[in-house]
Design a protein around this ligand. Structure first.
Ligand code: APR
Length: 244
């Protein structure tokens, strides 16, 4: 007899899942964009105007990521995959905390801070020179290296793949995102109509679109609680007990 197909959990994560690991989110009052305006550090125009400033901003982000460790939320998702469920993670985060926790299927919508690429050919990737990218570090075609991240105004190369994954979800778990950025936020519309969608975020009451179940807790508490139920039963569902 054929093995039963394990249920497919698709997880969309944002900066909030890494907050308890010490990585700053973006849109909080003390978030990254408060001190570093987007148009000065995270657009192609900013890069053309002042690449040194952009590199310094991302070198600091990289240092923060290197100091951070995966937290209970990253670890719970990795443990669920290890227990045999299909878990696909689509993350807006540029850190590698899902991978370091042990998750194997991770799609980075907005790129990866620990990679460098050419400015003339996005397929040319390079190991990070001396741990950070400086002005004068160039690719084989002689153009300046840049962080392999997606800036505002740039295309999101893996978006189609992310849509396909979400369209296969038996449950869509959304964690720690303000859902303020397109096209990532529109992924919720690609979930099958009969698949439950749950948002774990302290601000879930205010942020969740209609039809989305709200679990207003920090990721490090809400995600492991859900995962405990799912592992125990081997199926994906929304335990009412957690909503009380
Ligand atoms: N657990 C879960 N969620 C949390 C926690 C926590 N401990 N702490 C904060 N949050 C939530 C906030 O309530 C907020 O909804 O994390 C969310 C962070 O939102 P943003 O700062 O807007 O980050 P994100 O949604 O990931 O931003 C999307 O925008 O700036 C760009 O490219 C950047 O990938 C980023 C994208």
């Amino acid at each position: 007899m054929a093995e039963p197909i394990p249920p497919h959990l698709v997880v969309l994560t944002g900066a909030g899942i890494s907050a308890e690991s010490g990585i700053q989110t973006f849109r909080a009052d003390d978030g990254l964009w408060a001190d570093h305006p987007i148009e000065e550090v995270a657009t192609p125009e900013a890069w053309r105007r002042d690449p040194g400033r952009v590199l310094a901003f991302y070198n600091a982000r990289r240092d923060q990521v290197r100091r951070a460790r995966p937290n209970a939320a990253h670890q719970a998702l990795a443990a669920l995959e290890k227990a045999g469920l299909r878990v696909s993670i689509v993350t807006q985060n540029i850190d590698d905390l899902h991978e370091r926790a042990g998750s194997r299927r991770v799609l980075h919508l907005h790129g990866e801070i620990l990679k460098a690429r050419s400015t003339v050919d996005r397929r040319m990737h390079y190991p990070l020179p001396r741990g950070g990218i400086e002005l004068g570090d160039v690719c084989d075609k002689g153009s300046q290296l840049r962080p392999d991240v997606v800036w505002f105004g740039e295309a999101v190369p893996h978006f189609g793949e992310a849509c396909d994954l979400v369209a296969e979800a038996d449950l869509l778990l959304v964690v720690g995102t303000s859902l303020a950025v397109m096209p990532a936020a529109s992924l919720l519309h690609h979930a099958p109509l009969d698949a439950p969608c749950v948002l774990v975020d302290p601000e879930a009451e205010a942020l969740a679109p209609p039809g989305v179940t709200r679990l207003a807790r920090p990721a490090g508490e809400g995600v492991p609680a859900l995962v405990r139920h799912w592992k125990r039963e081997g199926r994906l569902w929304m335990p009412e007990a957690l909503l009380a």
